[in-house]
Design a protein around this ligand. Structure first.
Ligand code: NAD
Length: 380
């Protein structure tokens, strides 16, 4: 079978999620090409010496350029902080490699534009790990809306709430604007903007009413909690959007929703029905059908583990749920399918698609800082 040599940059949170995905995908899915785990690059040699053999990488390096130059690498998987996505992805594209890059596409709109331009100039394919698209319940929601089951759309209400960012949380790169670009906006807001676009199939044409808030100005250093450094990103952001079909949307992203672990939620209301999802119950989609007789109307909970649900034929018998890591396995499988000439279960975002999401994030920042509505066409 034809092989797809993977080279991955980064070996921590997303590095582990992606290593698991590349190694699991061929076990569970019938794939047209065999992904092989060639080389992993990151900064910490001591960590890599353990990480690489544990996850099945053939070799490791602290020089990420090595894998861009490696003729056995066909796809470069970028799981590094946002400030280095552009440099690494563009070098890989210029070397003729396919690139699968973590989200947000970049920390800044300028970097994202350069990445999308490099992708457009290359015959290679690009992918962005907006991994929540590959939750079966959300794949089902995408299909139902595409079939017109909700009719005309009125409301999108999206919130991504986490509560880990209190004053005791160290100043890791995620609180450094130079490395992350933004805080809750690019980290969590990017996911719900992508999700709103993916589920509705509509573009956001205007952003307004944004509030960007930093609650914690100084954070303890990771290696010395007695010393502090400035946090330079937003801890929370809220904003509104107009969709091209006339629906209105609200977005809230925060790392300071005390008591909430990881609630990525979205509700969509249309003239024929409504859908509701919360990642804290990721194997369920709530559906309301307004066409049912009045006396029988009500919310239905669909357990999305049936073999007819997206990706589920590859997994377990009905009733046996999936977890966070499966979304990455589903995406790895869909990337390999796409490169093998097959259709992914639902659309995969590429750099051009992720640039649109990045423009919406930029519009939210401008709306917050200039206190005004921002038409997307202002941001080319
Ligand atoms: N899809 C999702 O749901 C999701 C979840 C978490 C993070 N992310 C994204 O994944 C990316 C990485 O986040 P993370 O949480 O894994 O970060 P992390 O801090 O846990 O890991 C970063 C890794 O990158 C390596 N690295 C840093 N700078 C490097 C450089 N210049 N060259 C080579 N390697 C370098 C580090 O050694 C480390 O292995 C970010 O873009 C983040 O937004 C996405």
């Amino acid at each position: 079978m034809e092989q797809l040599g993977i080279g991955m940059i980064g070996s921590k949170f997303m590095g582990r999620a992606h290593a698991n995905a590349w190694s699991s995908a061929p076990h569970f899915f019938d794939l047209p090409i065999q992904p092989t785990m060639g080389v992993v690059a990151a900064r910490d040699a001591e960590d890599l010496a353990t990480f690489a053999p544990r996850w099945g990488w053939q070799r490791w390096t602290t020089e990420w350029h090595d894998l861009v130059d490696d003729t056995a690498v066909d796809l470069v998987d970028v799981t590094t902080p946002n400030d280095v996505h552009a440099e690494q992805a563009i070098a890989a594209l210029e070397a003729g490699k396919h690139v699968a890059c973590e989200k947000p596409l970049a920390g800044t709109l300028a970097d994202a534009r350069r990445m999308a331009a490099a992708a457009a100039a290359s015959p290679a394919r690009t992918f962005v790990w907006y991994s929540y698209r590959r939750v079966p319940a959300l794949g089902l929601a995408h299909r139902m809306i595409a079939e017109g089951r909700l009719g005309r759309l009125y409301h999108v209400r999206a919130a991504y709430l986490q509560g880990w960012g209190g004053p005791q949380t160290p100043r890791i790169w995620r609180f450094d604007a130079a490395r992350a670009g933004s805080g809750a906006l690019g980290d969590l807001g990017a996911h719900i903007v992508d999700m709103a676009r993916f589920l509705t199939g509509e573009e956001i044409v205007e952003v307004s009413g944004a509030i960007e808030q930093r609650f914690i100005d100084q954070r303890p250093l990771p290696d010395d909690p007695t010393r502090f450094a400035p946090s330079t990103v937003d801890d929370a952001i809220v904003f509104y959007g107009h969709l091209e079909g006339g629906a209105i949307a609200s977005f809230e992203a925060t790392r300071l929703a005390t008591g909430v672990k990881n609630s990525n939620r979205i509700e969509i209301h249309g003239e024929l029905g409504a859908l509701s999802f919360d990642f804290q119950h990721m194997n369920q989609l709530e559906v309301f059908d307004a066409i049912d007789p009045g006396a029988e109307q009500g919310w239905t909970t669909i357990q999305t583990t049936h073999e007819e649900h997206p990706w589920m034929a590859a997994w377990w018998p009905d009733g046996h749920g999936l977890g966070y890591e499966h979304t990455f396995v589903n995406q790895a499988a869909d990337i390999v399918r796409a490169l093998g000439g097959e259709e992914p279960e639902v659309p995969l975002p590429d750099f051009a698609d992720a640039l649109v999401t990045q423009r919406i994030l930029e519009a939210a920042l401008i709306s917050a800082r200039q206190r005004r509505p921002v038409a997307l066409e202002e941001i080319d």
